[in-house]
Design a protein around this ligand. Structure first.
Ligand SMILES: Cc1ncc(COP(=O)(O)O)c(C=O)c1O
Length: 407
């Protein structure tokens, strides 16, 4: 059985969430139907919404189920951008012609997930947005001085969007401080809490956020469902139009079995993975002394399931494949970009050289991880590093040739 140490990409479903999902497949009725079978489905859906709400300290009405984290981020960022620019909902002036956005600016730290990066770049390309890429420090934390300066300098800011914790290097972001700064200027904030959910306490009501994204498959729920937590007073323009379900914010018949299973995962007792993570970090340092821990070294400032290292002279991709051959699954960083051999934008933003950034491995633990798994990884690692260093040099020799893709 392969050792799975890529829980940040997706974590296996919890047995309780599987059981609830399977049982819910028998539910008959569309939750929007008014007959009693439909109302029964609706009741179960609303119970699931209550469970998710409770896990995040928000009101059930603030939970908007989506098809996953990526949709939640899109809805928050595009929806807030449009609502801030076109508060009446009209983009066409009465005399005809398109109204141009006046709050064009979106503030985004450099180390965000591609769900955010690609969304804001789309808004830049098609909707006239201006992106202020905020610098991050050497640990991957957004620079609050740069955020403060940008807010002070510009009066056209539509929104700030930032991670609760970085999904690659695990660094916890100063969300409360960022929200406090933004609120001085009346700027709404969206937070991508997808990697932090159920690892760090989240109290939406106390957070001052306008919106927050979560995803079920990162917490032991099913793939294909997430939620945007949208403050009662926040307005977003919907991405999906149709039957007006969910406050008219996200139309479409809701996936009752997935929501029920998500609700069960959301209520599952939180466990701390810190001891496993610390064993992993200590073990890597001992078995490969040249490895460099990236992200916040202080346990409290780092996700409890994340270890992230760069291995000088190695290609992360080579390491990943060698470990895979040794039946250990890890990641080079964000799973959503896996397969694209490029240096991580997070590590580059933290100031690493392209060569150092290419030697990255993210090892993440979860509810199925045992000490035996970690020890198996640690046994396979030194050999993989020795072989990847040779492969890495070869790769770079190739890359350095004039005309090669990476030149
Ligand atoms: C921080 C972060 N944001 C967004 C996403 C996308 O979420 P989903 O896979 O549910 O679409 C992920 C998943 O990799 C993530 O880790």
């Amino acid at each position: 059985m392969p050792v799975y140490l890529d829980h940040a990409a997706t974590t296996p479903m919890l047995p309780e969430a599987v059981a609830a999902y399977i049982a819910a497949l028998d539910i008959v009725g569309n939750p929007s139907s008014i007959h009693s079978q439909g109302q029964n489905a609706k009741r179960m859906l609303e119970e699931a919404r209550e469970r998710v709400a409770e896990s995040l300290g928000c009101e059930p009405i603030e939970v908007v189920f989506t098809s996953g984290g990526t949709e939640a981020v899109n809805l928050a960022v595009k929806g807030l951008f449009w609502a801030r620019n076109f508060p009446t909902g009209d983009r066409v002036a009465s005399a005809g012609g398109r109204i141009e956005p006046s709050r064009r600016r979106i503030l985004v730290p450099r180390g965000e997930h591609h769900a955010t990066i690609d969304t804001v770049e789309w808004l830049e390309r098609y909707e006239g947005a201006i992106i202020d890429w905020l610098p991050i420090d050497s640990l991957g934390r957004v620079r609050l001085d740069a955020l403060a300066a940008s807010l002070e300098e510009h009066d056209d800011v539509a929104l700030l969007t930032l991670l609760w914790a970085n999904n690659e290097v695990g660094t916890v972001q100063p969300v409360a401080e960022a929200v406090a700064l933004a609120s001085r200027y009346g700027v709404p904030v969206h937070c991508d809490a997808i990697s932090a959910y159920r690892h760090l306490p989240i109290d939406f009501a106390a957070s001052g956020l306008a919106a927050l994204s979560v995803s079920a498959h990162k917490i032991g729920g099913p793939l294909g469902i997430g939620a945007l937590i949208l403050d009662r007073s926040a307005v977003v323009v919907p991405l999906i139009h149709g039957g007006g379900q969910q406050r008219d914010v996200r139309s479409g018949t809701q996936d009752v079995p997935a929501a029920i299973s998500f609700g069960v995962a959301a209520q599952h007792p939180v466990s701390s993975f810190a001891a496993l993570r610390d064993r992993l970090i200590a073990g890597v340092r001992e078995s490969v002394p040249s490895a460099v821990l990236r992200g916040e070294p202080e346990a409290s400032g780092r996700l409890d399931n994340n270890a992230h290292f760069t291995f000088p002279g190695c290609e992360g991709d080579s390491l990943l494949f060698l470990l895979d051959a040794a039946k250990v699954s890890v990641s080079t960083g964000s799973a959503c970009r896996a397969g694209i051999p490029e240096a991580s934008h997070v590590l580059l933003g933290m100031g690493l050289s392209e060569a150092d950034a290419r030697g990255a491995l993210r090892i993440t633990v979860g509810h199925t991880t045992t000490e035996t798994d970690i020890d198996a990884f640690l046994r396979a690692l030194p050999e993989a590093v020795a072989r990847a260093s040779r492969a890495g040099l070869n790769d770079r020799d190739v890359a350095a040739r004039p005309g090669s893709v990476d030149a």
